[in-house]
Design a protein around this ligand. Structure first.
Ligand SMILES: Nc1nc2c(ncn2[C@@H]2O[C@H](COP(=O)(O)OP(=O)(O)O)[C@@H](O)[C@H]2O)c(=O)[nH]1
Ligand SMILES: [Mg+2]
Length: 289
């Protein structure tokens, strides 16, 4: 496994007089996790561009590369609608950064944007998950709706919505268990929450948001496929983009699933969340690291 960044490897390739330029290019792109279709498209563009030129124009190639990589990338902010309780249901497998991302979202909407926010501890499977959310709630001065470990996650979300309606809350951010490994489990576990939320909230005020870990490459694409098929994902947040030279998987997910991206996590602190910006994402993906 080559741990150097996509950008660094591509720059080296341009600096060399490699006879196997296109094979090398293909390897680098595939190992960059951007997906075979996008890689093939880039190679076609590179061939057309480079043919007939006496020297390879690296800057021009990087411009074309950026355009190709960003072609299918849809960006959509997570914007709570006015005049309704909103729910962001946060999905994702264990360890991707879900709970930290919830803290970041709470900081963004409650602290920075002065919305009335509560958290819902609907990962009831692990007592530690509830405790972790309660700690964040205290730190951020955001109330947490919780029940005992092992209780029904649907009931936690039901309670949170009732409490939000009664207290004129703008936004509920709900944690969910990340232990499901296949679609049957996902539908069973999340289907009930989904039904409760859909019944009680207008579609525009209810978003299912998947957190993926930028460091995991192809696994993130598989997770997105499974969650999307199971309950439909409205938006993706990429966590841990600070700690990886990878992140090309975003391009593959955008192309294969067409799900929009909303935020990008760049650290462990509540302030380390940025709106997903096409240029800064692509520049970071292609920069030398
Ligand atoms: N560097 C970095 N670490 C992160 C980021 N988001 C989460 N983490 C870390 O990843 C680990 C797992 O996070 P957690 O939120 O508990 O994941 P969960 O199991 O999905 O709820 C923790 O050590 C977090 O501090 C991020 O954007 N950057
Ligand atoms: Mg968690």
């Amino acid at each position: 496994m080559n741990r150097r960044s996509l950008g660094a490897r591509l720059r080296d390739l341009f600096g060399s007089q490699d006879q196997d330029f296109y094979e090398e290019l293909e390897d680098i792109l595939i190992e960059g996790d951007i997906g075979p279709a996008t890689a093939a498209g880039i190679i076609d563009v590179a061939r057309a561009e480079i043919r007939g030129r006496s020297s390879r124009d690296r800057d021009r190639f990087f411009q074309l590369l950026k355009a190709q990589l960003g072609e299918n990338l849809r960006l959509e902010p997570l914007e709570p609608v006015e005049g309704s309780v909103n729910l962001i249901l946060v999905l994702g497998v264990n360890g991707v950064g879900k709970t930290t991302t919830i803290a970041k979202l709470a900081h963004c909407f409650a602290t920075q944007r002065h919305k009335r926010v509560i958290l819902a501890a609907a990962d009831t499977f692990r007592a530690a998950a509830i405790d972790q959310l309660v700690v964040w709630g205290k730190r951020l001065a955001v109330p947490v709706v919780r029940q005992d470990p092992g209780s029904d996650p649907g009931a936690v979300v039901f309670d949170a919505i009732s409490s939000a309606v009664a207290n004129r809350i703008d936004l509920i951010i709900a944690d969910t268990a990340g232990r499901m490994h296949n679609k049957v489990h996902l539908v069973r576990e999340l289907g009930k929450i989904d039904k409760i939320a859909s019944n009680r909230l207008p579609a525009s005020a209810y978003k299912k948001v998947l957190v993926i870990d930028a460091t995991t490459g192809q696994n993130a694409l598989r997770q997105a496929e499974v969650f999307h098929e199971a309950i439909g994902v409205d938006s993706i947040i990429v966590a841990k983009y600070d700690s990886t030279a990878k992140g090309g998987i975003v391009v593959a997910i955008a192309r294969d699933l067409g799900i929009p991206f909303s935020f990008i996590g760049v650290g462990e602190k509540p302030g380390d969340l940025e709106p997903f910006d096409r240029d800064s994402y692509l520049n970071r993906l292609l920069e030398v690291q």
